[in-house]
Design a protein around this ligand. Sequence first.
Ligand code: SAH
Length: 378
Amino acid sequence: MKDPECDFSSIPEFPRRIAAQVERDLVRISSTVTSVHESVDGTVKMLIKLQDGHEVETVIIDHTSRRDDESTDEDDGKHANGRLTLCVSSQIGCRMACKFCATGTLGLSGNLMAGEIVEQLWHASQVRKGISNIVFMGMGEPLENYDNVIAAIRAFSDVYRFHIAPSCITVSTVGVTSNIYKLMEDCPSVHLALSLHAPNQAIREQIVPTAKSWHMDELMRAVDYYNTNQKYKGKKQGRIMIEYVVIRDLNDSEECAHELGQLLQARKCMVNLIPFNPFDGNSFREPSQDVLDKMLTIVSSYGVITIKRKHHGRDIAGACGQLAKISKDIEDMDGTCGVNIEPSNLSIIQTPPSVNPLFLLTPIPLYLALVLVHRFTR
Ligand code: SAH
C-alpha cells in the first residue's frame, strides 16, 4: 500500500523463488473502475467491473463539510461531520427481493469474493483520501455472503492494511438471524444495522419477503442478545441501528409509529427513518415531510433515539439500497441509484480505461488469497 509500484522481489518478506511467477501469473488487483461520478453534495459513486464482467457500485458519502441538520450515520442525531463513509457491495444483485429496493429486482448473480469487497475500498481511496467508516449497505445481503464479508472486515481493520477500527464498520442485514449471532462472535466490535421497515410481522411480510423465514420474534431475540452481549466498549455498546424505509400509506401511519415505539422502547437502538426513494417500475410512494415528522415525534416519545433523512441525495443507505440499474444509468447520466443526483449535478471526474496497478494487500498470505482469484468461478 505504501509503495504500490514496488517490485515483489524488493519486499523482504516475499519469497524470492515465487516472486517472478507471481508477477507473471497473477494480478495485483482484479477489478477495474469503469466510471466515477460526483454529486454536488459530495457523494461519489463508482462503478466497478469485476474480473468476470459483472458490475457493482460503491458509494462514498462525504460528511466532512456537511452542515445540514440531519445525521446520516449511527450517531445520536448529531452532525456526522468529519466522516468519510464508504458504502460497499457484498453481492452482485440480491436475492432478498425487498419490494421497495431496486437492487432486489435484479436477483442474485453471485457473491463477491473477499478481495473484491476490499478492492472497493482501495479504488475509493484513490478518489478520496481518508475514508474513515465502512457500511455494508450496498448491493446484496452481507450476512448471506458471510465468510467473504468477515474476511473483508478483517482486511479493512488490519493495522497493516487499511486500519479502520471495527467500531467504524457497520454491517446492515435484512435479518439473517443465525449469522447475526455468528457475527458477534467473529467480529465483536463491528456495529449492526437491522433493516426492519415495519412494526409488526404482518406489515413486514408485505414488503420484506424473507420476513417469513426470519420472524419478528426471532429478530427481536437477536436484538436483545446483541443489546446485552455485544463486546464493543463505548457509549454505543450493544446499540443497533434500526432502518425503517417509510412508504406512503403502507407503514407510515401514526399507529405504526406507536407500535414501533412500543416494540423498541425497552431496547437499545436508534431508529433511522428513511423516506422511500422511488424508482422506475415501482409503485410505492414517498411519505410527506409532515408524516415523517409526526412519526419521528411519536417514536421519540417512547424514549427511542430517532433520526430521519431529509435528502435522498445525501443519504447513504438510500443510495445503497437503490444500486441496481447502474451501468446503463451512468451511461445515460440520469442514473440516480438511490441518490437523487440530477444529470446537471453530475460531473464525471474520472473515467480511467482500466485501473490495474497497485498492491492491495501487503501481507503475503492475504495477498495470495486475493490474487488467486479464479476466473468465472462464481
Ligand atoms: N441487505 C442488507 C443491505 C442492503 S442495504 C439490508 O437489507 O440491510 C438496504 C438498505 O437500503 C435498507 O435498509 C434501506 O435503508 C435502503 N433502501 C433500499 N431501498 C430503498 C429505497 N427505495 N428507498 C430508500 N432506502 C432504500
